[in-house]
Design a protein around this ligand. Sequence first.
Ligand SMILES: NC(=O)c1ccc[n+]([C@@H]2O[C@H](COP(=O)([O-])OP(=O)(O)OC[C@H]3O[C@@H](n4cnc5c(N)ncnc54)[C@H](O)[C@@H]3O)[C@@H](O)[C@H]2O)c1
Length: 424
Amino acid sequence: MPTTQAVAGDVKDLSLAAKGKIRIEWAHQWMPVLELIRKRFSQERPLAGVRISACLHVTTETANLAITLRDGGADVVLCASNPLSTQDDVAASLVQDYHIPTFAIKGEDNKTYYSHIIAALDHKPQITMDDGADLVTTAQTQRQDLLPHIIGGTEETTTGVIRLRSMAKEGVLKYPVISVNDADTKHLFDNRYGTGQSTLDGIIRATNLLFAGLHVVVAGYGWCGRGFAMRARGLGANVVVTEIDHTKGIEAVMDGYRVMPMAEAAKFGEVFVTLTGNKRVITTEHFQLMRDGAVVCNSGHFNVEIDIPALEKMAVGKRQTRDFVEEYTLADGRKIYLLGEGRLINLAAAEGHPAVVMDMSFADQSLSVEYLVKNAKNLQAKVYPVPVHIDQEVARLKLASMGVSIDKLTPEQERYLASWSEGT
Ligand SMILES: NC(=O)c1ccc[n+]([C@@H]2O[C@H](COP(=O)([O-])OP(=O)(O)OC[C@H]3O[C@@H](n4cnc5c(N)ncnc54)[C@H](O)[C@@H]3O)[C@@H](O)[C@H]2O)c1
């Protein structure tokens, strides 16, 4: 049974806190840029008294972000941005050791998930931080009374940014939101290398499959899809890509992958991974074609990329065969295995992105929150990019933390690049 504390949140089991604290400290040592920001925040307190509600995957890396914001003076509460991504030991430690109210239990049902989002909104935030826009959309649909007090927000992922842009277009977005996802120091690394590696990690932890020689079908060749395809190939898989965008299709072909419609790939794929941000990418017509033993999973934000209701309908039997592996038996005897209930497999069955990469994403988050506190009054209710100076500063600090230095433009080169007349 969940442990409910009056003010401190709702977590699975506070006795897990000691393990969570050690793991939070482990992640911390791989997040040097965030640590520099935390140290400055501790001295300058740029977020003093600012109420922040954050709806993020409750992982060791997110814990370090929450601590950074707290040390900057913010009054932070945290809730999960996915029912399966919470690390219960981390949630316990945040409450017990860091006194950051946290509402998150791994495996919580949808009702609890949304009650946790409401609990985070009850904090009456001045700033919202989202991964998938659930706080913004829940405030918009259920807690409009809060909207006038929110000065700004940040958004971590591609799917959330898409939702926010459509809110802005329809005129229902009520405050400025910074799209952290679109910073170069975020999607080029987090989506590509982070999702690439951790998705592979999630599939392997759940199934213990050998990737060498495996036919792996990757739906979506965006930043996440590219990263996953690259890493699967690195382990020796035969990777096939499906796309709906012609340019991405060419890119995948020229990167050396076979590209074809899902209805073709469904016939021979052994593992299917969706990373599109779209819905019903794998559906009845594809399940009908799949070989016996096919494994399907998703690493896109929502669990709608695989048509799970269709699979449920087709199945004559269902059982759990391993943690995060559900076996569906079809009428003709074929078995299809669904991983992690179709939710982000890298967070459901593994630990999400490594801290090294979240260091940049969460540096962008922290500095974007600081920017909002200073500048929100001059911004409109739109989706804004991370200011270029923040993106560049995060890149500079990250490279320095790796002990890598690069060249500098000479004055002559600067003049040359700035001039339209110096062609030769
Ligand atoms: N698992 C994680 O930890 C994690 C991390 C970052 C982002 N995400 C999520 O992953 C998803 C993809 O993110 P991204 O940054 O790669 O986005 P992206 O926009 O760069 O790429 C998505 C790609 O999917 C393609 N696509 C759309 N519909 C398709 C369909 N029906 N069939 C095949 N391809 C289709 C698009 O053309 C595009 O190329 C989003 O939902 C994002 O929020 C997950």
